[in-house]
Write a protein that binds this ligand. Structure first.
Ligand code: AMP
Length: 197
């Protein structure tokens, strides 16, 4: 299956993605992890984006589109993928549609983890403290949440119009939330199997 996982920082997307890729048997494509690896390795791309990443700002569309297209072209993605953290802007979503349709492929679903803003802020501040993320000041965290509402939330409508969109309540234990996700995935898989001749 080809799935896009949407949700603001702090919604629990990282944890749920790790469970979901095991469940689906597809690679986990986390653009945040790919970019952090570039910064750690000190590559030219890493040097170009490190300020944006530290400030909680999105990196330029052209750069992330090229990096992700290259990753999705690798053979382990033939069986499907879970995209975590991509697309994050309308231009990225458009680029993904074009990339897939160029290979006669399409997405199966976009899942959106929903958690209210004040709960996200509380979780992110607590995480920054417990993990010693000194770069994650409340100001940077607020900036990251604003980037999400301003630039990524419009994708909910975009995918809604394509009838691909499934919102999920992100409040509850990780097991409860995962149960909601697998309910949707199981229904989609059943639907797909029934559709076969
Ligand atoms: P994440 O781990 O998904 O929260 O991503 C960490 C950081 O990487 C973000 O705050 C952005 O600076 C950058 N990033 C990750 N994915 C994207 C994307 N699709 N578009 C632009 N910037 C991204």
């Amino acid at each position: 299956m080809r799935i896009v996982f949407l949700g603001p920082p702090g919604a629990g997307k990282g944890t749920q993605s790790r469970h979901l890729v095991n469940y689906l048997g597809v690679p986990h494509i986390s653009t945040g992890e790919m970019l952090r690896a570039e910064v750690r390795a000190g590559t030219p791309i890493g040097q170009q984006i490190s300020d944006d990443m530290r400030g909680g700002r999105l990196v330029p569309d052209e750069l992330i589109i090229e990096l992700t297209n290259r990753r999705l072209s690798q053979s382990d993605c033939d069986s499907g993928f879970l995209l975590d953290g991509y697309p994050r802007t309308p231009d990225q979503a458009q680029a993904l549609q074009e990339f897939l349709s160029g290979s006669n492929l399409s997405l199966d679903a976009t899942l959106e983890l929903r958690v209210p803003g004040e709960e996200l802020l509380r979780r992110l501040v607590a995480r920054a403290e417990s993990e010693g993320r000194t770069d994650d000041t409340p100001e940077v965290i607020r900036g990251r949440l604003n980037e999400y509402s301003r630039r990524t939330e419009p994708l909910v409508d975009f995918y809604g119009q394509l009838e691909l969109h499934y919102p999920i309540d992100g409040i509850g234990s990780p097991e409860e939330v995962f149960g909601r996700i697998t309910n949707i995935i199981d229904r989609l898989q059943q639907h797909r199997n029934n559709g076969r001749p």
